[in-house]
Design a protein around this ligand. Structure first.
Ligand code: ADP
Length: 177
């Protein structure tokens, strides 16, 4: 393993992150304001392994990261076992309960499944550093920010693909084996 030889190209996080310019935008959850039905629709319309949670669509401030699997299991359990959880129930990832109208269904509180310290790099972080951190921390993905706003995501596979493009050889032989 020759860790850094692939990155003499000075790639930056912004060169590897998704979405690329032509892609649909990043699929994110807001920390409150979304309904169970909206969260389910978002999860079911994509096959991403996880979703960043942001303060609001306008701010794009990162709150955390939630795994698809945990979301689906929690919503499924809540629908089966938790009194009053319906498609119109609000999903909240905050640590305080939202103030809802008296006639609103009870909220579904999912703070517990959020990773509140997901690994992040800025868009201008060199990829050799990012790759090093992926290796050392055994990361599966990391988030990319610019001026505190969420910009994108880099998965381990994105890095492997990027390295394969650069090296034009079997990606699995380069980075993690
Ligand atoms: P993998 O890269 O291992 O297949 P995913 O299925 O989570 O992992 O991601 C597939 C692709 O979609 C990757 O290129 C990744 O950068 C991107 N991606 C992952 N999560 C999101 C998301 N929430 N919104 C938009 N793109 C995403």
């Amino acid at each position: 393993l020759e860790p850094k030889e692939e990155f003499e190209h000075n790639s930056l996080a912004v060169d590897v992150m998704r979405p690329r310019r032509a892609d649909p935008s990043l699929a994110v959850l807001t920390q409150d304001g979304m309904t169970v039905g909206e969260v389910e629709a978002l999860v079911e319309s994509t096959d991403y392994s996880g979703f960043p949670v942001v303060v609001s669509a306008e701010s794009q401030r990162l709150v955390g990261f939630v795994l698809r699997r945990d979301l689906l299991i929690s919503i499924d359990n809540a629908r089966k076992r938790q009194e009053g959880v319906v498609s119109a129930s609000q999903v909240v990832f905050t640590d305080h309960a939202p103030s809802l109208p008296a006639d609103a269904p009870p909220p579904l509180r999912l703070r517990g499944i959020v990773d509140l310290s997901p690994f992040t790099v800025t868009d201008h972080t060199p990829m050799d550093i990012t790759v090093d951190i992926f290796r050392k921390l055994g990361l599966r993905q990391c988030l990319v920010t610019h001026n505190g706003r969420l910009l994108g995501i880099i998965t381990k596979k994105d890095i492997l693909k990027h390295m394969a493009q650069i090296a034009n050889r079997d990606p699995d032989s380069i980075l993690f084996n």
